[in-house]
Write a protein that binds this ligand. Structure first.
Ligand code: DQA
Length: 146
């Protein structure tokens, strides 16, 4: 099973940005934890990050061509307003899990809205690095029982 993990705008700065919200783990640390869990679950995980919206859309198109089995996405602030990424995600047939490190519902009002809600299987937020690990388990299970 192939799982694609997508990280969007500003998320390469995890570990340096706002530790009260996002902790001190870097994106490399998160990816290493995901690879470790992937090994335990017997799945393959590829991780991708970009700060460019069009590049993210093109990576999602590639995921469609590659027929990946599940996608995890933390799109950062794009989550709250990018219809372009939403429409790209809607092309995929596989389960998509939306991930956030912080509890977006306990923060500013603009973070309470996800324009991806209608096209994702579910959302996991508020558990820091564990949000990604829980999301990987959820994605693998959703793909198995699709
Ligand atoms: C975030 C939450 C978003 O609101 C924010 O813009 C981010 C990170 C999170 O992981 O908690 O960049 O997606």
């Amino acid at each position: 099973m192939k799982v694609l993990v997508l990280n969007g705008i500003n998320l390469n700065m995890f570990g340096k940005r706002d530790p009260a919200q996002y902790g001190t783990a870097t994106l490399d640390d998160i990816n290493a934890s995901l690879q470790q869990l992937a090994k335990e679950l017997g799945v393959s995980v590829e991780c991708f990050q970009t700060n460019f919206e069009g590049t993210m859309c093109e990576r999602i198109h590639q995921a469609h061509a590659d027929q990946v089995d599940a996608v995890l996405i933390n799109a950062g602030a794009w989550t709250h307003y990018s219809y372009g990424i939403r429409d790209a995600l809607a092309i995929l047939k596989c389960p998509i899990v939306e991930v956030h490190m912080s509890n977006v519902h306990a923060r500013e009002a603009f973070r309470h809205v996800s324009v991806f809600s209608e096209v994702v299987k579910g959302q996991i937020c508020g558990f820091g690095v564990d949000s990604y690990l829980l999301a990987l388990r959820a994605a693998v299970s959703a793909a198995q029982f699709k």
